[in-house]
Design a protein around this ligand. Structure first.
Ligand SMILES: Nc1nc2c(ncn2[C@@H]2O[C@H](COP(=O)(O)OP(=O)(O)O)[C@@H](O)[C@H]2O)c(=O)[nH]1
Ligand SMILES: [Mg+2]
Length: 426
């Protein structure tokens, strides 16, 4: 096991309760310099979707948890994301995590602070060190994979520009009042923990803000391990999104947590390995369309073949209701409906304009994920992180593996390889 240098304990990390974070933040002066505590910020490649971003949250949560103490980890606001395409519900950016997640629950694993809280009493936030991660130019081949990093020339020009005052600005989630100095490019290959010595170098003094950009490049430190699952279990959704999903299940699927054995303790730390879920009287399919149609045509079924696969399992389990979560168009969903025999009822989550305006595209997607995670049986889309998050949720609830780790096969293939069984470890 790797030992953590002592000075790191007084540098980055995280682990004070929220009220302490606020107290410290309010001591910061308004010229951008943060006094006292250290903060670690991160961002990702703008092309990454919502569910890969949630995976990166786990990578950083587990990494930061190791460092612990003095210093706080700043949650990057949500949006805009490439898949959040609704144009009729206003701008979808600068969204705090509490819009979608239960931040009090996150804090029970690792202390975090929303960027908007950190900025609330400052005119400008100065990032003392901005590290732009990049893959090594010459890549790697399987035989020679090794962990390594090196500060070098930027391979591509990073997305920042200089200000007249000699500082650097970037997109920074749409905030005008964040500036950085000391930008460097770091070629990186390895796990998050490999960043420890680099961060320690930049955090010997207190009151520093360090930002890592392209946070999707380092790998998980504890992939599939106890810490992975703790961080994942701490990612409960907001109460409001659960209540919308529950209301929908009651109204359209005759499903609720008591009758379906999908009740979780209110605190994720009280969950047990013994949880045994039955699930509601419906099958759920997650049908990823849009970019998957041309990105992976040999793994995406036609709507007709998807309907066949849904019918087959519904028949086997003697269920009439088929709930489908999808990023497909309304026309595609109607086409899907037309392929289902009238014995089955296709149920879709179609919230009102008011609800969509309130919970936005991210909230609609999460409500669908909650509904699918409580179905008797789930079929996902091949290698979709949207499906993976549902599978994890079902694993947390204690569903039998064969009801969870399933995927749609492409046309003509009745026995494509099924997803790996991603068992929770506690
Ligand atoms: N509402 C809803 N949105 C979806 C669904 N599937 C995909 N999306 C949207 O498309 C995005 C897909 O990107 P991502 O989260 O990266 O998942 P992946 O690309 O499937 O691995 C999601 O974040 C949603 O915005 C779905 O079933 N329902
Ligand atoms: Mg994606």
């Amino acid at each position: 096991m790797m030992t953590i240098p002592v000075h790191l304990y007084i540098s980055f990390a995280v682990l004070f309760a929220f009220n302490v974070v606020r107290l410290q933040a309010s001591q910061a002066c308004d010229r951008g310099v943060v006094t006292g505590r250290n903060y670690l910020m991160y961002d990702l490649n703008p092309a990454e979707g919502f569910n890969l971003r949630r995976d990166v949250y786990i990578r950083i949560a587990v990494f930061v948890k190791r460092l612990q103490q003095h210093g706080d980890w700043v949650l990057p606001p949500w949006g805009p994301l490439p898949h959040w395409k609704s144009k009729d519900i206003g701008e979808q950016l600068k969204l705090p995590w509490k819009k979608f997640f239960n931040v009090e629950s996150l804090v029970k694993y690792v202390t975090v602070v929303e960027l908007s809280d950190l900025l609330s009493d400052k005119k400008t936030l100065l990032v003392n060190q901005l590290i732009y991660l990049q893959h090594f130019q010459d890549g790697w081949n399987d035989e020679k994979w090794e962990e390594k990093y090196k500060f070098e020339e930027c391979i591509k020009k990073p997305p920042y520009w200089e200000t007249k005052g000699g500082l650097v600005k970037g997109w920074f989630w749409g905030y005008e009042n964040i500036e950085a100095k000391n930008v460097s490019c770091l070629s990186f290959q390895g796990h998050y923990k490999k960043l420890l010595p680099i961060l320690s170098k930049h955090s010997k003094t207190s009151g520093k803000v360090v930002m890592i950009d392209r946070g999707e490049i380092p790998l998980h430190d504890d992939y599939g391990g106890v810490n992975y699952w703790k961080a994942r279990r701490s990612m409960r959704y907001s109460d409001h999104l659960y209540s919308l999903a529950n209301q929908f299940r009651r109204e359209f699927l005759e499903s609720d947590d008591e009758r379906d054995d999908t009740l979780l303790p209110s605190d994720w730390r009280d969950e047990s390995v013994e949880l045994k879920a039955k699930g509601g009287n419906y099958v759920c399919g997650h049908l990823r369309r849009q970019d998957f149609l041309y990105g992976r045509p040999s793994d995406v079924p036609s709507l007709e073949f998807a309907a066949k696969q849904l019918e087959k399992i519904a028949l086997l389990l003697d269920l009439q209701n088929i709930f489908v979560a999808s990023d497909g168009t309304n026309q595609e969903m109607e086409k899907l409906r037309s392929y289902l025999s009238p014995k089955f009822r296709l149920v879709l989550y179609l919230p009102s304009f008011e609800t969509r305006k309130e919970i936005l595209d991210g909230g609609v997607a999460i409500v669908e994920q909650i509904i699918c995670s409580r179905a008797r049986h789930f079929i996902g889309s091949f290698e979709s992180t949207f499906s993976f998050r549902i599978q994890e949720e079902r694993e947390i609830l204690g569903f039998p593996s064969n009801s969870t780790f399933n995927r749609f096969c492409a046309d003509g293939n009745n026995s494509c390889e099924q997803p790996a069984k991603w068992k929770k470890v506690m």
